[in-house]
Design a protein around this ligand. Structure first.
Ligand SMILES: [Zn+2]
Length: 390
């Protein structure tokens, strides 16, 4: 394959801003990034001019359930292909397939299907635009009944290292994040088991007190799932899990920045307290993403989408139709500098997964996952592992 040299008005790596930028792509990787004249463009390279555009790393979504009419719980190649193709159009170039609370059998079947897909696609060269599935985020079943949101009560399970290892067997090494409620009896043992298995432990769907959350952080929890949503609310004398997350520098915080899940003032509090380095924007996107309003599936249950907002039959928020390009624009609209906002969809999630040199960054040796933004921060082009840019 010919090398490609892409010229743009600027690039945000996102740690550095490069004006008059050149990004050289060889196969599925970036081979060089820098200012025009400072980067050797290989002889015979195909030159692409992205005039007036800003090149940024592709977005990494660590919490997404589906898109394009399909849910990752379907676990089939067809469903997953549609999901990765749909989100790539909105700039998401890698993601964690996120499960919902379901029966042991259903979860095992879904996880096995996702793992099969990851291994199958990992072996074949990338020819079309499509996000890479980096692994699995288990959202449940070890969650709080009180804060389950729309997760089905009948499948919520008590913390069980044995059940977790069943899931991890099916996942064949693709498990990445486990969301759990740390106040449940046995949660600390489960945290220990999950960490031993190499998972990032996330506090979520939880009614934990400050002390219970703090104990989980001391035991190694390093992430918090869609902060403010499906958590005991903050009060100044009972700060709960929110208080613990906001004041623990080692814990990264997911935020659904669609303007519906979390109020603007609460988003500002989170951004200020966690700093731009510890906020991770997630979509919590469902099958309804990229689809018209109407009825859609989330995991095994039905949600109704109206005006792009997903709710279940009781009217509870049920995931979103948010895409990370929109989340980025929403955060910039709060007054956050673009480079800082960008870290929250690129470098921060990549670092949380231990993939900081391969994903979420424009650097030699990183995957050629590129997003082209216009002056309004709308997507004008996307490349996934060297493919998809016409
Ligand atoms: Zn959730």
């Amino acid at each position: 394959m010919l090398p490609i040299a892409i010229h743009a008005a600027r690039a945000l790596t996102p740690f550095e801003e490069i004006s008059d930028a050149v990004v050289v792509v060889q196969g599925s990787k970036i081979s060089a990034v820098g200012q025009r004249g400072m980067v050797a463009v290989p002889r015979g390279a195909r030159e692409i001019a992205a005039r007036g555009k800003t090149i940024v790393p592709g977005f990494v979504d660590v919490h997404i359930h589906g898109a394009g009419g399909h849910d990752v719980m379907e676990g089939t190649r067809e469903a997953l292909e549609i999901i990765v193709a749909t989100v790539a159009r909105y700039g998401t170039t890698s993601l964690l397939a996120t499960t919902v609370t379901a029966s042991e059998m259903q979860t095992c079947r879904s996880v096995a299907g996702i793992a099969r897909f990851i291994f199958a696609t990992g072996l074949s060269p990338v020819r079309e635009l499509g996000a890479e599935i980096l692994g699995i985020h288990f959202e449940g079943p070890f969650i709080s009944h009180t804060r389950r949101g729309v997760h089905p009560a009948e499948w919520i399970a008590a913390p069980s290292p044995a059940l977790l290892s069943r899931f991890l067997e099916e996942a064949q090494g693709t498990g990445e994040i486990l969301t759990l409620a740390p106040e449940l009896p046995g949660a600390l043992e489960l945290i220990a088991a999950a960490r031993k298995a190499g998972l990032v432990v996330s506090l979520g769907h939880t009614d934990a007190s400050h002390e219970q959350a703090q104990a989980a952080i001391a035991a190694g929890a390093r992430h918090a799932t869609h902060v403010f949503n499906a958590m005991r609310p903050f009060s100044h004398r009972d700060t709960g899990v929110v208080g613990a997350v906001l004041t623990s520098p080692d814990v990264s915080a997911e935020l659904i920045a669609d303007g519906v899940h979390v109020d603007a003032a609460a988003m500002r509090m989170l951004l200020d307290l966690k700093t731009p380095e510890r906020v991770i924007l997630v979509s919590d996107g469902t099958a309804a993403t990229g689809m018209p309003d109407g009825k859609h599936q989330l995991g095994t249950f039905e949600v109704t989408v109206s005006g792009g907002v997903c709710r279940n039959a009781e009217g509870k928020l049920a995931g979103s139709t948010l895409t990370l390009d929109r989340a980025l624009r929403n955060i910039v609209a709060l007054g956050v500098p673009l480079a800082s906002a960008l870290r929250m969809v690129t470098a921060n999630p990549a670092r949380q997964l231990g993939l900081g040199s391969r994903k979420g960054v424009l650097a030699a040796g990183a995957d050629a996952d590129l997003v082209f933004l216009d002056a309004n921060l709308e997507i004008s082009g996307v490349m996934t592992r060297g493919a998809g840019l016409s």
